[in-house]
Write a protein that binds this ligand. Structure first.
Ligand code: GLU
Length: 475
């Protein structure tokens, strides 16, 4: 095995077995940030040896998700299924050096052993029947049985590591039995592949979910057997949902794609995930650059983080509100198209400039979908009102019509800016001794057939005086 370089190298090693929720991507964010903050490398490794459960679709979601969040990778994706020869070669080395051995115990024998141990209130474990020892004679090799390969785990001593998140963790080798590292068909098992990969890829820091803590002592022992250098481990506490359960599809977690389709900004998700188990003073809102600059393993939280959809939506709103309108408009186009607004390239086919509409709507929107829905008003054709209908009469009363007419007239003397329109409105309000809603509500209704719209002066300015005059002149 090669020596580890001093350059920081981290990895994200997902198993592409279906559902990738935000908690999963957090396990990519921290190793990525650590590599970036130290000028190191971030590697993507796809752990696809569970062929039955792995899918290309899940790999695509992972790669797209990383790309969307801007977590750039320096090397990979490496696929474990493409490294089988390498695992075989390493298995051979362990077998030849007596650090691993074939075990011919059948499934039935193993089950019987386990049942006996459970009945005796012992922890179920392999009993070392086929483990070679000096002076020990092994059973006769049964015919026609393909063996598994077991790692010859040390039987004495303890495995200790200083976990970057959890502190010192130690476990006695007596607790660990001889792990199966290759199945009867010769395919290597999970823990073995991880070790070979982490060594080959010269990973210096393994930052991963704490569901892997139990694997770590086994992996460390195999690393020692291979003469490799043990990386620093940091095990991240689980992400819990609002109910305090482990996040999963079953209890309603959304995939990273779902968030994208629901109109979240990647900046908001990144910021949110960063805080889900890491902190920097009381900073809640920060850029990706600040996050990288501030990131350190010392500030990772030790207790489980709890997912809060409200906080995520708050952050999304924050990022939308402060986004550059041009950029935001570009991001909103796919959602606007879904709402039926027609674009030719990046421009709306007809109606006000899309960026102006987005610029107005961003102050109140929580998601890009909300902007797109709000934008529809600006592009729909003028409503056809039945002036005699009770609904119309309720919304546009006889008594307000003179004020509307005067306002329509005065619009001709404005320069079309929001400010001049506001001034014109104010004049009419004063003259008629009425309050803003008394005039704004019927105007909204006349223009859009709804009274729920953003600020009326801004709306009129964006739609354009000519079109507004046309709509208001219906009364
Ligand atoms: N493939 C493992 C998982 O998705 C991660 C293994 C590791 O990070 O060591 O849970």
């Amino acid at each position: 095995m090669e020596n580890l370089s001093t350059r920081i190298r981290t990895r994200f090693a997902p198993s592409p077995t279906g559902f990738i929720h935000l908690g999963n991507l957090r396990s990519a964010l921290y190793p990525w940030a650590f590599a970036r903050s130290k000028g190191g490398d971030f590697i993507l490794r796809i752990e696809d040896t569970d062929q039955e459960r792995s899918s290309q679709e899940a790999v695509d979601v992972i790669i797209e998700g990383l790309h969307w969040l801007g977590l750039d990778i320096d090397e990979g994706p490496f696929y474990q299924m493409q490294r089988l020869e390498r695992y075989q070669a390493t298995l051979k080395i362990l077998l030849e050096s007596g650090l691993a051995y074939p075990c011919y115990m059948s499934e039935d024998e193993l089950n019987a052993l386990r049942e006996k141990q459970i009945a005796n209130k012992e922890k179920p474990r392999y009993n070392g029947t086929w483990r070679p020892e000096p002076g020990k004679s092994l059973p006769k090799i049964p015919e026609g049985v393909k063996p598994v390969i077991r790692f010859k785990n040390p039987q004495e001593g303890i495995v200790v590591w200083k976990d970057a998140v959890k502190g010192v963790i130690s476990i006695s080798n007596e607790e660990l039995d001889d792990l199966v590292i290759a199945r009867p068909d010769g395919t290597p098992t999970y823990n073995f592949c991880v070790v070979v990969d982490d060594l080959d890829m010269q990973i210096t820091h393994v930052i991963r979910g704490d569901d892997h803590i139990n694997n770590t002592p086994r992996q460390i022992n195999i690393i020692h057997a291979l003469g490799g250098q043990v990386p620093v481990y940091g095990h991240l506490p689980t992400v819990l949902n609002e109910q305090g359960e482990k996040m999963s599809k079953r209890n309603g977690a959304m995939s990273v794609r779902d968030y994208q389709h629901a109109g979240y900004l990647p900046e908001a998700i990144l910021n949110y995930l960063a805080r889900l188990g890491w902190s920097h003073g009381d900073a809640e809102v920060f850029t990706k650059e600040q996050f990288v600059q501030w990131f350190d393993l010392d500030s990772l939280g030790k207790s489980p983080a709890q997912f809060s959809p409200e906080k995520l939506i708050w952050l999304n709103h924050h990022y939308i509100q402060h986004a550059d309108s041009e950029h935001l408009a570009e991001q909103t186009i796919p959602f606007a198209k879904k709402e039926g607004i027609i674009f030719l390239g990046n421009q709306v086919q007809a109606g006000p400039e899309f960026v102006k509409v987005v610029d107005l709507l961003k102050a109140r929107a929580n998601t890009l979908i909300e902007i797109a829905q709000g934008a529809k008003l600006f592009y729909m054709s003028a409503p056809q009102h039945d002036l005699q209908s009770p609904e119309f009469k309720t919304n546009v009363s006889e008594t307000i019509i003179p004020a509307i007419k005067e306002f329509t007239e005065s619009l001709k003397n404005t320069d079309g800016t929001k400010e001049s329109i506001a001034a014109a409105m104010k004049e009419i309000l004063t003259k008629h001794g009425i309050k803003m809603p008394a005039l704004a509500m019927p105007i909204r209704y006349l223009m859009f057939a709804t009274t729920q719209t953003p600020a009326i002066d801004a709306m009129i300015s964006i739609i354009g005086i000519e079109e507004v005059i046309k709509r208001l002149s219906k009364v």
